[in-house]
Every structure is written in C-alpha cells, then in structure tokens.
Write a new protein. Structure first.
Length: 82
C-alpha cells in the first residue's frame, strides 16, 4: 500500500456519515464494528467514535465504496476523503 503515513493517534476529532451517500454496504461495520453500526434504515451511524484505534477508523472510512464517511481532525479540517 502506498498510503502516506499520517495515521497517528490523536488526530481524529470527528467522524461523520453522510446518510445521503451511504448505501448500507456495511464495509465500515465489518472493519470497525466498535465504531459503526447500521441503523433501522440500513444506514451507518457512529455508535462510538472511540470504539477502535484511529488506523482502524481510517481503514473503515477508506473501505466505504461511496466515501460516505468523513473524518475531521481535531482542528476541524477534513482529513478524509482528501
Ligand atoms: S461502508 Fe459506507 S456505504 Fe457502507 S455502511 Fe458504511 S458508510 Fe454506509
């Protein structure tokens, strides 16, 4: 993988799921079941933003086929998608 190495702990401030984009593919749930779950509309919700380490959360966001997961840094800037 040629991902840049910036996934350090303490970077993530906020995780959001765009419900309009989410298609319920559940890859995020498979990668980080402690963080994401599907609600009764089959859309992902953040159940615990601290439910996995930050590398795992980034992987979950990257696993989303429609890039519905947005990750914001502690400074409020969007980290992913870039
Ligand atoms: S991987 Fe993306 S589309 Fe699938 S449930 Fe999670 S947020 Fe929704």
């Amino acid at each position: 993988m040629a991902e840049e190495k910036k996934e350090k702990e303490g970077l993530i401030g906020k995780i959001e799921v765009d419900r309009n984009l989410c298609i319920g593919a559940a890859s995020c749930v498979a990668v980080a079941p402690g963080v994401f779950e599907l609600d009764n509309e089959n859309k992902a919700v953040v159940k615990d933003p601290k439910g996995a380490d930050e590398d795992t959360i980034m992987l979950a966001a990257k696993s989303c086929p429609v890039l519905a997961i947005k990750i914001f840094g502690k400074d409020g800037k969007q980290i992913f998608p870039e």
